[in-house]
Design a protein around this ligand. Structure first.
Ligand code: SF4
Length: 373
């Protein structure tokens, strides 16, 4: 094993071999691969290669960079990204001014890097709303993407235009995908993007030499393939018609469903319930606030506290029962239990869906629903 391998470099940062292998298994799980891929990932990370990252920031708040840096302790994934040779990152690099400009030029000229772009790109007035070193973001992106192996648009601004693109979009902000047409582009939306998903994307690239499989919006399926609502710990309360009606009410204290407070979980695809934020400490719904739909295009224009349109997904009655019988029963008993459960759960689900699908009705009986136990 070469001394320059990632696993050795990780070891030099004080991470044990055991933790390194645990990290590889965790990455296999995050990428929705079975456990046998853990050793394969470890093998790939042990190869003496370094994939450089060039990280550009345009019209953004640096939230994705902050998310990457703001862990309470160094984690293996942070070290991996550190070790991956971030050849240019204007926010965290020591160089400034002309020196920084030279670093950017050198990194781009060397080529063979993954280009990570944070922030949207303003196009109004020929892009003058974001200029760095006298050049517009449009020009810099064109030059930097030309020599990249692949482009990762990190955060909702780079992936979909984000807040700058929200109505009335005064700067003519667009996403990376709107401008880069000749390179593979992967979107990692989120406000901010979860660093775990960036790490897993990079690990996938190092292990398989390709970007992970994507959905129609160029989001990797391992992270954006499932609806938050389908994996939400409050889902049972939704199905039983138990909703928070007011911040701090009894339902809120008991951890009931946040749909009526504007939760966009029913129309949002993201792996927050599985990986959480800040070393999986928490995520919005766990912390008591509804999902704001930050991994979906145009979420700023949805209105944070407006209710999601339930007609956009299958009604609750179509879901499988929450509880299945765990003991084997005779066919007759199974039929009776199944019919009874179907009636009970179907009725509850139908009641919740019918009520919520009808805005007039949904506004009337909140107190009755909150009192329901
Ligand atoms: S509406 Fe939101 S809080 Fe309620 S179950 Fe769905 S995702 Fe969870």
């Amino acid at each position: 094993m070469s001394d320059s391998s990632l696993s050795n470099a990780v070891k030099n940062h004080g991470v044990s071999r055991r933790d390194f292998l645990k990290f590889c298994s965790l990455m296999a799980g995050t990428l929705a691969l079975n456990a046998s891929f853990g050793p394969k990932i470890a093998k790939a990370l042990e190869l003496p290669k370094r994939t450089p990252l060039v990280w550009l920031e345009f019209q953004d708040c640096a939230g994705n960079t902050e998310a990457l840096l703001r862990a309470s302790r160094p984690t293996v994934s942070e070290l991996i990204l550190d070790i991956l040779s971030v050849d240019y990152h204007e926010t965290i690099m020591a160089a400034a001014g002309a020196q920084a400009e030279k670093s950017q030029k050198d990194a781009i000229a060397a080529g063979g890097y993954i280009l990570v772009v944070e922030g949207s790109i303003p196009t109004a007035e020929n892009g003058i709303y974001c200029t760095i070193g006298g050049r517009t973001a449009m020009e810099i992106l064109k030059e930097a993407s030309a020599n990249a192996i692949a482009v990762v648009a990190i955060g909702s601004c780079a992936a979909f235009g984000g807040l700058p693109k929200a109505n009335p979009n005064p700067t003519g902000a667009v996403s990376v995908l709107d401008l880069v047409k000749d390179k593979p582009v992967l979107n990692l939306p989120g406000c901010p993007c979860n660093p775990v998903n960036l790490t897993a994307t990079v690990v996938h690239f190092l292990t398989f030499g390709t970007l992970p499989e994507m959905d129609s919006q160029h989001r990797p399926l391992f992270a954006y393939g499932a609806r938050i609502h389908d994996n939400c710990p409050r889902r049972g309360h939704f199905d039983h018609g138990e909703f928070v009606a007011k911040w701090g009410d009894e339902g809120h204290r008991k951890g009931w469903c946040l749909y009526k407070m504007g939760c966009k979980g029913p129309v949002t695809f993201h792996n927050c319930p599985a990986v959480g934020y800040n070393d999986n400490t928490s995520w919005p719904i766990k912390a008591g606030h509804g999902c704001i739909g930050c991994s979906e295009a145009g979420f700023w224009d949805l209105g944070l506290y407006n209710r999601a349109n339930l007609n956009e997904f299958a009604p609750a009655v179509a879901y499988a029962p929450v509880q299945q019988p765990t003991q084997s029963l005779s066919p007759t008993t199974t039929a009776i239990v199944g019919a009874a459960a179907g009636l009970a759960i179907g009725a509850a689900g139908a009641a919740a869906y019918t009520q919520l699908s009808n805005p007039d009705k949904a506004d009337q009986p909140e107190s009755a629903q909150v009192e329901k136990k």
